[in-house]
Design a protein around this ligand. Structure first.
Ligand code: NAP
Ligand code: GDD
Length: 364
């Protein structure tokens, strides 16, 4: 039986990856960090699985990682834990560097010190490409010019993973993943913030949505498909680094228009800059406002990935379109808000899974 060790299991990707590995009959061991409130709602539906083991742990605590890894002896390690919010990384740069940067080194050091015979996946990010992009779309050879403390921390992790692969012959891979979303996405990332707000507005529980930069563009895929790529990287003969992306990008403005369209609202724009507003064409109500607090000190304007290498070497290909992704997220958020009956619930499978998570929060 293969044994996986996952950090960041309570996050969006951790929950989908755990499902995938349990389906593949892995024994899954994972660290959960202590919190004053239950933070396991994304994995509560899996916690009774006899092959799933959870431990308290933290990427900032070397002794904890050392003890756990030496005892568990995993065959694959997936390092997904991070302070993963780019905007927040400007507020907590040192902590972000400690977890998203040094945390990776701590894991690699345990593997090296204990001669662990295991494969290692590092959750790298398209945020590492940053601002001065010399290639569009971006691939594995594009220069990195990060624009945030988060991007810089992830870049350290990227290179230390390459370095340990070369210096100590470790099977260590970097996934350079472009943005991926789902109904399980954290609520302060822009896509989920939008779908949550649209559902709340149409249900009469919120008046308007406040956003920052509407014109940044992102290449958005579905998290479920992206965790499969993480697993595929570790099943290859040789370790390598791969870009994972859809090859299509949209602005925040376009995402918001599409999400409102999903509930039958046509947005028209008026004004400029901080005074721009998005208005419901039918009722003339202001539904989107700009709040300068959501702008970042330095922005990444455009991310568009070229995943040709992943397609050719891993056989990985995304299937979700942006409209499929928005539909799934909207359906879930509409359900959470008030179970609107007029919504086409053609994605009930995904919603059912998430309902189970939601119920688990309530019984905890
Ligand atoms: P997420 O939902 O924010 O999950 C991050 C997880 O890391 C959470 O479970 C969090 O714990 C955990 N964590 C944070 N600090 C920790 C620490 N000190 N010790 C142990 N665990 C800690 O992120 P995600 O979207 O699933 O992304 C997974 C990974 O991929 C992250 O490393 C992210 O930076 C990277 N990535 C994500 C994307 C994307 O678009 N989603 C793209 C590229 C790369 P709590 O649950 O307790 O907060
Ligand atoms: N979060 C947020 N909130 N972003 C906003 C808002 C807002 O109100 N308004 C506009 N944006 C813009 C941000 O300025 C950014 O350009 C874009 O929306 C996407 O922001 P996020 O959804 O927070 O994602 P991100 O691209 O910064 O980072 C995500 O993707 C990275 C991969 O490229 C995270 O998942 C990172 O962990 C990941 O590495």
């Amino acid at each position: 039986m293969k044994k996986a060790f996952i950090t960041g299991v309570c996050g969006q990707d951790g929950s989908y990856l755990t499902e995938l590995l349990l389906e593949k009959n892995y024994e899954v061991h994972a660290i959960i960090r202590r919190s004053s409130i239950f933070n396991t709602h994304r994995i509560d539906h899996l916690r009774r699985n006899e092959n799933f083991f959870q431990y308290y742990g933290d990427l900032t605590d070397s002794s904890n990682l050392n003890r756990l890894l030496k005892t568990i002896k995993p065959t694959e390690i997936y390092n997904l834990a991070a302070q993963s919010h780019v905007g927040v990384s400007f507020d907590v740069p040192e902590y972000t560097a400690d977890v998203a940067g040094l945390g990776t080194l701590r894991l690699l050091e345990v593997i090296r010190d204990s001669n662990l015979d295991c494969k290692f996946y590092q959750a790298g990010s398209s945020e590492m490409f940053g601002g001065k992009i010399d290639t569009i779309p971006q691939n594995e050879n594009t220069k990195f010019t990060p624009r945030s403390p988060y991007g810089v921390a992830k870049l350290y992790s990227h290179w230390i993973t390459v370095n340990y692969r070369e210096a100590y012959n470790l099977f260590a891979c970097n996934g350079i993943l472009f943005n991926h979303e789902s109904p399980r996405r954290g609520e302060n990332f822009v896509t989920r913030k939008i779908t949550r707000a649209v559902a709340a507005i149409i249900s009469g529980k919120q008046e308007f949505l406040e956003l920052g930069n509407l014109d940044a563009k992102r290449d958005w895929g579905h998290a479920k498909e992206y965790v499969k790529a993480q697993w595929m990287m570790l099943q290859q003969e040789q370790p390598d680094d791969y870009v994972i992306a859809t090859g299509k990008c949209y602005s925040i403005r376009e995402f918001a228009i599409k999400a409102f369209e999903y509930v039958g609202i046509e947005i028209v724009w008026k004004g400029n800059g901080l005074n721009e507003v998005g208005i419901d064409k039918k009722t003339n109500k202001t539904l989107i406002k700009i709040n300068k607090n959501f702008y970042r000190p330095t922005e990444v304007d455009l991310l568009l990935g070229d995943a040709t290498k992943a397609k050719e070497k891993l056989g990985w290909k995304p299937r979700y379109t942006i409209d499929d992704l928005i539909a799934e997220m909207m359906e879930y958020d509409l359900y959470i808000e008030n179970n609107i009956k007029s919504v086409n619930l053609n994605n009930f499978g995904a919603i059912q899974e998430n309902i189970n998570c939601k119920q688990a929060i309530h019984v905890s």
